[in-house]
Ligand binder design. Structure first.
Ligand code: ATP
Length: 225
């Protein structure tokens, strides 16, 4: 992946959620950390065009996130902070198929594609379950499966392990580690990001740290002592 921020910033009613910044992201695993309200989600949403920059530009693999939003969104899958809001239909497999249909996948391929994605995350047995009956961990994996089914080259995960117990946290973290896709993950669970090659630290809407996981996590911990 190649993501370019060119003086890209976001302002809401005159208040900067993200001050303009210029940087290039390449590589397989990028983590994003920072306090609540520091701009992490705003930064991540800019990458797949969910949020448009108020100033500047964002490009994903050479494509502008505003001018070429459909292609960018297809390339960069986004797993939301609350999987409850992502899965709409009652039955999990139906929901995954709906997402695929919306992306123009042929009707004859829907079932196989959904089953493959569920099997890949070890949750094939959940296909016919009602989404609202799933545990937090199952739901988090299901939301990830739904996005992977669309075959993005990059997966953006907004707090993929929040509200999970230790066992499910490990399961999701191991799943992320094993993904072939490039990953950008926001997390307050610093252990999940410890193996990431690059971590970005945000503070009050500004990028204040950028480097290998160990040093940026140490910087964050020192800031909050
Ligand atoms: N749609 C919006 N309208 C107005 N203000 C917003 C909007 N989205 C975000 N903000 C504000 O922008 C700032 C950055 O928010 P953002 O969600 O990017 O932070 P975050 O670091 O992801 O926080 P958290 O860890 O709590 O999820 C916050 O002050 C937030 O209130």
């Amino acid at each position: 992946m190649r993501i370019e921020f060119l003086e890209a910033g976001v302002t809401y009613e005159g208040r900067a959620a993200l001050h303009p910044l210029t940087l290039t992201l390449t590589g397989r695993r990028i983590g994003i950390i920072g306090l609540n309200g520091s701009g992490k989600t705003t930064f991540a949403r800019l990458i797949n065009g969910l949020t448009k920059p108020t100033t500047g530009k964002v490009r994903v693999n050479g494509r502008d996130t505003v001018d070429d939003q459909t292609a960018v969104t297809a390339d960069a899958g986004y797993v939301f902070q609350s999987p409850q809001n992502q899965i709409i239909l009652p039955i999990l497999k139906d929901d995954i198929e709906l997402g695929l249909k919306a992306r123009g996948v042929a009707k004859s391929d829907l079932s196989t594609r959904a089953e493959e994605a569920l099997a890949r995350l070890g949750i094939a047995h959940l296909a016919q379950r009602r989404a609202h009956e799933l545990s937090g961990g199952e739901l988090q994996l299901a939301a990830l499966a739904a996005v992977l089914a669309t075959r993005p080259s990059l997966v953006i995960l907004d707090e993929p392990t929040n509200q999970l117990d230790l066992k499910n946290r490990r399961r999701v973290a191991e799943t992320i580690d094993a993904l072939n896709e490039d990953v950008i993950a926001i997390s307050h669970d610093l252990a999940t990001l410890s193996s990431f090659e690059r971590v970005l630290l945000f503070h009050e809407g500004r990028l204040v740290g950028d480097g290998p996981a160990a040093s940026v996590i140490a910087e964050y911990e020192a800031m909050n002592h």
